[in-house]
Design a protein around this ligand. Structure first.
Ligand SMILES: [Zn+2]
Length: 336
């Protein structure tokens, strides 16, 4: 594999490559992904110490005291799983794409018992769940459906040749790529406390991007792990399981505590950004929902808006307040 990477337009590229042939053609012609690969790492990640446990697939940044951000930078999602370590155990917040096992990397960082939580159950965050026995989850029908795993056909668009920096990685069979079924060892809900020993995490249930989206608050250290509710890239509010009213309420809730937060850790692209961005999202979201802004681009059913420095990829039914049948689960790649 080439030692190249990408970042900033990860989810915008998702819009370009996802399902139809025209999209793929545009993606290839624009060569955007390769440009991103050639400019890796991003300025933000380059400022963080790169751990020597990194390998050919995972790059691990020491993004705060006792926090390791495990990035998959050679695939356009640039998924990030954060390992948050206490004195007695550690939380692995997401388990990545499932292209290569994540557990060996985690065990190179810590020997403590691992508890897995997912920021939400889209395929690009649960790929390694089956490697672990202690997995906590939100008790929702959407989550339980997603626990059955995602079939190859549902997520094959994410492993086309153009989805990778350079060539697809050696030792990975794109033809059979899927995510494995997993089960919850225990269910969690809003307000639950996870005591890692010397570090307390609070679960905040923030539905919107998906019905089961959560963030983790480390109040003492002033850290907020935001999943796909906020990350430093184009915000994906497209899939039928997204609910814009719920997302708006969740962003409002998080902006209410953002003044007490120093760093935000999202699930794509940048390992860590300074707090303040949630308030920006709130303001841009209000403008988006006012109907006074027009999309800057349309690709199939995807509407791309640039609103005061925040980019949204959404769909008209989402903007109209509709939500698909969440009992059927959803990989994040489903279309209206
Ligand atoms: Zn997602």
């Amino acid at each position: 594999m080439k030692n190249l990477i990408f970042t900033l337009s990860a989810l915008f590229i998702l819009a370009l490559v996802s399902s139809c042939q025209d999209d793929k053609t545009m993606y290839v012609e624009n060569n955007t992904f390769q440009e991103i690969c050639d400019n890796y790492p991003t300025a933000i990640n380059a400022k963080l110490p790169l751990s020597d446990v990194s390998d050919d697939w995972f790059q691990v940044y020491e993004s705060h005291n006792g926090v390791y951000s495990i990035i998959e930078p050679y695939q356009f999602q640039v998924s990030i799983s954060h390992l948050i370590i206490g004195d007695d155990r550690a939380v692995l917040f997401d388990t990545g794409m499932g292209i290569f096992p994540i557990r060996p990397i985690v065990e190179r960082i810590t020997q403590l018992p691992i508890v897995v939580l997912n920021s939400h159950t889209h395929f690009d965050h649960v790929g390694g769940n089956a490697e672990f026995t202690d997995v906590l989850a939100i008790n929702s029908v959407y989550t339980k459906t997603n626990m059955m795993g995602f079939e190859h056909d549902e997520i094959a668009s994410d492993v086309i040749p153009e989805a990778f920096c350079g060539e697809s990685p050696a030792g990975f069979d794109v033809e059979v790529y899927h995510t494995k079924p997993w089960s919850a060892s225990k269910y969690i809900e809003d307000g639950d406390i996870i005591d890692l020993g010397g570090r307390i995490l609070e679960v905040l249930h923030v539905p919107g991007h998906t019905p089961d989206a959560i963030t983790l608050l480390d109040a003492k250290n002033r850290l907020l792990f935001t999943g796909d509710t906020f990350y430093d890239d184009n915000l994906w509010l497209f899939a039928p399981e997204t609910n814009l009213d719920n997302y708006t309420s969740s962003i409002e809730r998080l902006t209410g505590i953002e003044g007490d937060i120093k760093y935000l850790f999202g699930a794509h692209t940048s390992a860590r950004v300074d707090a303040g961005r949630l308030s920006q999202v709130k303001a841009s979201l209000e403008k988006l929902r006012s109907g006074k802004v027009q999309p800057d681009n349309k690709i199939g059913k995807r509407l791309i808006f640039h609103v005061d420095g925040v980019n949204f990829v959404t769909a008209q039914p989402v903007l109209d307040g509709k939500q698909g049948d969440i009992s059927r689960g959803g990989s994040g790649l489903g279309s209206w």
